[in-house]
Ligand binder design. Structure first.
Ligand code: G3I
Length: 375
């Protein structure tokens, strides 16, 4: 009896060890997103300055294990990296580039010129008046030269200009546009190329499935190319929901941009599962909280989790159909609790837009994206 029990326990532990080994082996070699999709496109995610201060932990482990491209979520934005005229915070940027070098990630710079998260001093004289075209151009170019110059040769790509076109296809009436004119975009690309000739230069925006926006981005690419200004790619952000956008329209945009000879980066995917009357990623939007708009505080119902997985799978089928044109596909966050979507466009909701749950448990959508390539 005692012998039997010993044998039984020994057998169990052997089984456990071999299954752990097998799991580890399979995981390393076949099961990570970056391995599964290695013949298709880079598989990316984001990292924060705070995460980079840690030496270990589940976030870093997942980022190392699953992904081969990384973008800094916030720390390269003007407000953080260059908060005052003579102040530069390069430490997080350096940690980011070192981390990417160490772990074999392609590093994506985000972002050189954006209407948001740019301090007001950039646009004003000391008296608080608009600074005017020439001086603003000088400030923009100076910022790009210093930041892109600092990172020279170490980044795979830069989001040079972010969100400069409205959903209706007109230029956003940002301070950049109002004080400089539409050519701030050309000047930004020209300067970025001078500062770091080896980085791919991208125009990045949300709601790229909208036909008017698609046409405007195509026109922008043509205009830059006609002036001999390098634009190598388009970042289609991909902040989507369960029932928007129409993936046929999203696909039409992939084709339209690829036809212009630029690479596609799907740069910021998340899949919102909450009721959302507002279908955009304009960060200044704030709507009021109401309990009915926050229905899954106690957990994501399996049916909704399946719906999200279906949506993710449908999106990735489109992306795989266009893998020749797609350079990178990045999610905008790792685990649900970390997403900006918990506070946008309504603060304090419990959202589930990412691949891992709040305790880093694998979600159905993640299993489905792995299964899509394991068949
Ligand atoms: O770190 C401060 C914290 O100290 C402070 O207590 C707190 C109070 O609000 O704010 C914290 O900073 C916030 C920061 O995220 C870090 O969490 C900012 O308020 C908040 O505005 C900022 O939001 C970021 C947003 O861009 C604006 O920069 C999101 O994290 C980031 O995910 C989001 O990313 C953008 C892309 O850059 C461009 N495309 C759309 C995408 C989603 O909006």
């Amino acid at each position: 009896m005692a012998l039997n029990r010993r044998n039984f326990l020994a057998g169990l532990s052997l089984l456990a060890a071999s299954s752990a080994l097998r799991k580890g082996f399979e995981f390393e070699d076949f099961h990570s997103l970056k391995a599964l999709y290695k013949d298709d496109f880079l598989f990316g995610n984001i990292i924060t300055g705070k995460q980079l201060e840690k030496s270990s932990g589940p976030e870093l482990e997942l980022l190392e294990r699953e992904f081969n491209a990384l973008t800094m979520e916030n720390d390269m934005k003007w407000q953080l990296v260059h908060p005052a005229p003579e102040v530069w915070h390069f430490d997080p940027v350096n940690r980011f580039m070192d981390f990417c070098d160490r772990h074999g990630h392609q590093a994506i710079g985000h972002v050189l010129v954006w209407h948001s998260q740019t301090p007001s001093w950039v646009f004003e004289t000391e008296q608080g008046k608009p600074i005017g075209r020439q001086q603003l151009l000088d400030r923009m170019k100076g910022h790009i030269q210093t930041l892109a110059g600092h990172c020279k040769g170490r980044l795979y790509a830069w989001d040079v200009v972010n969100e400069a076109i409205e959903d209706n296809g007109t230029f956003r009436k940002s301070a950049w546009y109002q004080q400089i004119g539409a050519d701030f975009i050309a000047e930004a690309f020209r300067t970025a190329h001078e500062a770091d000739p080896s980085a791919q230069l991208l125009y990045n925006d949300y709601n790229m499935h909208i036909p008017a926006k698609r046409r405007a981005v195509v026109a922008l690419i043509r205009s830059l190319k006609a002036q001999g200004i390098p634009i190598h790619g388009v970042g289609m952000q991909g902040h989507i929901g369960l029932d928007y956008p129409d993936l046929n329209e999203f696909e039409k945009s992939i084709k339209a941009f690829a036809n212009e000879g630029v690479k596609i980066h799907i740069s910021e995917i998340d899949i919102d599962v909450l009721p959302n009357p507002y279908r955009s990623a304009e960060i200044s939007t704030r709507l009021n909280y109401a309990p009915w708009k926050d229905p899954y505080r106690e957990g994501l119902p399996p049916a909704v989790s399946d719906e999200q997985a279906d949506r993710g799978e449908a999106l990735f089928k489109v992306l795989l159909n266009h893998k020749e044109s797609i350079e990178r596909v990045s999610f905008w966050g790792l685990a649900d609790g970390m997403s900006w979507k918990n506070n946008f466009p309504i603060r304090g909701r419990v959202n589930y837009p990412l691949l891992w749950g709040r305790n880093f448990e694998e979600k159905e959508i993640l299993r489905r994206l792995r299964a899509l390539k394991s068949q």
